[in-house]
Every structure is written in C-alpha cells, then in structure tokens.
Design a protein around this ligand. Structure first.
Ligand SMILES: Cc1cc2nc3c(=O)[nH]c(=O)nc-3n(C[C@H](O)[C@H](O)[C@H](O)COP(=O)(O)O)c2cc1C
Length: 172
C-alpha cells in the first residue's frame, strides 16, 4: 500500500488504449468492497465507456473536467442522500478506492469534483450530469473518476515535500 501511495499522482492525459475487461471487473469489485457508514451501501456507480457521453460529461463544468477529454472510462459516483447522512464520506471513499485500485492496475485516474460545482449560471454540474445520464431524483452526484492508460510515467511526490508539521502529537 505505501508503494502505491508513494507513486500515485492524478493523471489528466490518457492514451487511446482500451481498458481490458478483466481490469474493468476488478475496478467494479473494488468499489463494491468500499466501506460505508453503518454498512448502508447507499452508493451507485455508472460506468461510462461511450465516447460521446464521456465528451459530454467533460462539459460538466467550465474548467477542471479536462481529464475526461482523453479518458477511456468515466465512473460517475452517486449516492442516495436520504439513505445516509454520510453519503459524501461514502462516495468519497469509493472514489479514492477506485483511484488506488486503478493505480495498482497500471491505470491512471483523476477525480473530477461534481458536487458543489456549477455548469453555468443557470445549472449546477450535478444537474448537468443528472440530465446527461438520466439519473433519478434522490441520487446525488459526488464525482466522476476519469480513467485510462497514461501517456507518461508520473513521479510520486518526494518525501521531502511532505508537510510533516501538519501532524501533531497529543494535542494541536
Ligand atoms: C475532492 C477532490 C476533488 C478534486 N477535483 C478535481 C477536479 O475537479 N479536476 C481535476 O482535474 N482534479 C481534481 N482533483 C485532483 C486534485 O487536483 C489532485 O489530487 C491534487 O492536485 C494533488 O495532486 P495529486 O493527486 O497528483 O497528488 C480533486 C481531488 C480531490 C481529492
């Protein structure tokens, strides 16, 4: 695990290489194994591999969704808000589990924030994604994780850059 964390970086440019079916199955298994508050399992996921839809999703917000331009797969992370007060935590954990599993499979990924973002003055990014993918009411959209093979090897952050002063002992 520490080696995965040492070498993981967000990836925003992907090659056109398709993701193998076996890897897709592992990604699905990994997100379904994510822990959830009170075991509510309130998350739902949409695996989008249709390029037209992925390009449409890249317009979810005016900037910050560029990683979707070259992604081979976009995983939309949803949760039933009425089922658990911890829907943001549950969806976030599933998103990062997906990213770490992708990295373990030599895939790159980038978290695209949707909750709390605006598509335009009139429309939230959540509404845009909901309309694009026919997502029923009651399901909140937290993130889209863009995935694919990477164009280059990304260096992990050197240990000297870590802010160990942010870790406090026995009080702030
Ligand atoms: C909650 C959250 C939201 C993020 N939203 C976006 C986003 O909308 N677009 C994007 O390109 N990257 C997004 N990122 C990726 C961060 O920019 C990235 O993790 C951060 O700059 C650190 O870089 P690293 O992941 O390479 O270590 C997000 C990451 C997190 C955890």
């Amino acid at each position: 695990m520490i080696n995965l964390l040492r070498t993981r970086r967000s990836v925003r440019k992907f090659t056109g290489q398709p993701i193998e079916r076996e890897k897709l199955e592992i990604l699905k298994e990994a997100i379904l194994r994510s822990p959830t508050s009170k075991n509510s399992m309130a998350c739902e996921f949409i695996f989008v591999d249709d390029q037209e839809l992925i390009q449409k999703l890249s317009q979810s917000k005016p900037s910050g969704a560029g990683a979707l331009h070259t992604a081979q797969l976009a995983v939309v992370v949803l949760a039933k808000e009425t089922q658990t007060v911890a829907w943001i935590e549950d969806s976030s954990i599933a998103s990062i589990i997906l990213q770490l599993t992708a990295h373990a499979l030599q895939l790159g990924s980038c978290w695209i924030q949707i909750r709390g973002r605006e598509h335009s003055e009139e429309k939230s990014s959540e509404t845009f994604v909901r309309e694009t993918l026919n997502i029923p009411d009651g399901l909140r959209v937290l993130s889209i994780v863009a995935l694919g093979y990477t164009q280059r090897t990304h260096e992990g952050r050197p240990i000297e850059e870590l802010k160990f002063e942010k870790i406090h002992r026995n009080g702030f």
